[in-house]
Design a protein around this ligand. Structure first.
Ligand SMILES: Nc1nc2c([nH]c(=O)n2[C@H]2C[C@H](O)[C@@H](COP(=O)(O)OP(=O)(O)OP(=O)(O)O)O2)c(=O)[nH]1
Length: 140
């Protein structure tokens, strides 16, 4: 089965993580995800993530670490391998280029969003490791 490599950024700030909602014209319309996108041929996942975040949000991020890769198949035809990275906002003013909405969510309300299926294990892992992650990288 064809596998598509996708990166996504968990941008952490003051005890919250940035969540973005896919717009109606995208695949999985209205679903919430972590911003990112497909790795291009010859591109490293980290370079892909920086490029996608600049394209989609207009900001510059710093990559701090990673969570477990996820494999998910939406229709039995294409499988995505989703690589989640822990990041912090470095510079720029957030300006949505493709998504319809964004929000910052904390430990208690992160799960309430209607997440893309592939993101559910990422949300679970982030919640399990929430305190150590924020203590290590970001002020709570
Ligand atoms: N960026 C991102 N994509 C995700 C997440 N979860 C998830 O299932 N996906 C899926 C949605 C898409 O099928 C694929 C990422 O592709 P994309 O956003 O770059 O592009 P797309 O398929 O919407 O559009 P296109 O470039 O094919 O026109 O991975 C996530 O958290 N972040």
């Amino acid at each position: 089965m064809k596998e598509i490599l996708v990166t996504c950024a968990l941008i952490l700030k003051e005890g919250k993580v940035l969540c973005t909602q896919r717009s109606e014209y995208m695949r999985l319309p209205g679903k919430w995800e972590f911003p990112g996108g497909k790795v291009e041929p010859g591109e490293s996942p980290e370079a892909c993530l920086r490029r996608e975040i600049a394209e989609e949000l207009d900001i510059v991020i710093k990559i701090l670490g990673s969570l477990n890769p996820i494999q998910h198949s939406y229709d039995g035809k294409v499988r995505i391998r989703l690589l989640p990275y822990l990041c912090e906002w470095q510079s720029g003013v957030l300006n949505l280029q493709e998504h319809q909405r964004y929000c910052w969510r904390g430990e208690n309300d992160l799960k309430e969003l209607d997440w893309a299926e592939a993101d559910l294990p990422i949300v679970e892992e982030l919640l399990e490791k929430w305190n150590p992650i924020f203590q290590k990288y970001i002020k709570l």
